[in-house]
Design a protein around this ligand. Structure first.
Ligand code: XBP
Ligand code: MG
Length: 257
């Protein structure tokens, strides 16, 4: 079956948003709420085990701040904090904080020009996706994606396969026609358990030591002409960077095995 759809994770994959984006936005929201919580870089690395911002705050309280006196309505408290964090995140991106990772814009444009269908499958809040696309590519880029599957649209976030299943169902495509782009073990697990075998990982500082069992190709980045990617496992892209030809060849290879 030909490659028809490219499904992109957002945080860590399209852009390195976690350390200087989400983490900073959480900390701003905590300060604004009068909390003395400080999510340092290493602590945030541990908190990233749990996907979803609301879920991550709860995990922090359970595992790292058990002495915090919880308000009677903890759900509402967390939801309020998370809403403030989303506002802060959009503000950070408006300030121009975070660029797309190398090769991302080039590959999106190439895939669009070739008529591939593009979609997003992420656990992040929908507003964060549009804020990133708007700030990096301009508002017209929202229309590049046939579907933005994000956030609480499915109750079980990655590593559960639900978000990928939901996206493929909505688009009416089988897993064998899809390729997923991820940066984390939770993301690979989610795509794999949804039946996708063609999974390309670009690692980042927080995820580079993880186990990407199930991925077809693991790279340090997509690369650019003249600025090659490094292959960590799987078949190295022929031209030194990921382009449509290398995606098609990877897809053929994965599905003949
Ligand atoms: C990454 C996440 C998100 C973000 C924070 O998702 O786990 O929770 O860290 O965003 P992905 P929210 O890599 O699938 O895009 O606070 O909006 O959840
Ligand atoms: Mg990710």
């Amino acid at each position: 079956m030909d490659l028809e759809v490219l499904l992109f994770d957002v945080d860590g994959t399209l852009a390195d948003t976690e350390r200087d984006g989400h983490r900073a936005a959480f900390n701003r929201a905590f300060r604004e709420a009068g909390l003395d919580w400080d999510w340092t870089e290493p602590l945030y690395g541990e908190l990233l085990r749990v996907t979803g911002g609301k879920e991550r705050i709860r995990y922090f309280l359970d595992k790292f701040n058990a002495s915090f006196r919880r308000p009677a309505d903890l759900d509402a408290f967390i939801a309020g904090l998370h809403k403030a964090k989303t506002t802060q995140y959009a503000r950070l991106l408006e300030e121009g904080a975070i660029p797309l990772r190398p090769g991302v814009e080039r590959l999106l444009r190439e895939a669009r020009a070739a008529g591939l269908r593009l979609a997003i499958a992420t656990t992040t809040t929908p507003l964060n996706v549009t804020a990133l696309l708007d700030s990096c590519l301009g508002p017209e880029a929202r229309g590049w994606f046939e579907l933005i599957a994000a956030g609480d649209i499915v109750p079980a976030k990655k590593p559960a396969p639900d978000i990928y299943r939901w996206a493929m169902e909505r688009m009416g495509v089988p897993p064998a026609a899809c390729m997923a782009f991820e940066d984390s073990d939770n993301g690979v697990r989610s795509a794999f358990d949804a039946g996708i075998r063609d999974i390309l990982v670009t690692v980042n500082g927080y995820t580079q030591g993880q186990d990407f069992d199930g991925a077809a190709l693991v790279l340090d980045q997509l690369g650019e002409p003249g600025s090659p990617c490094r292959t960590l496992s799987g078949p190295a892209p022929a031209e030194g960077h990921v382009n449509l030809a290398s995606l098609r060849s990877l897809h053929a290879r994965v599905h003949q095995e």
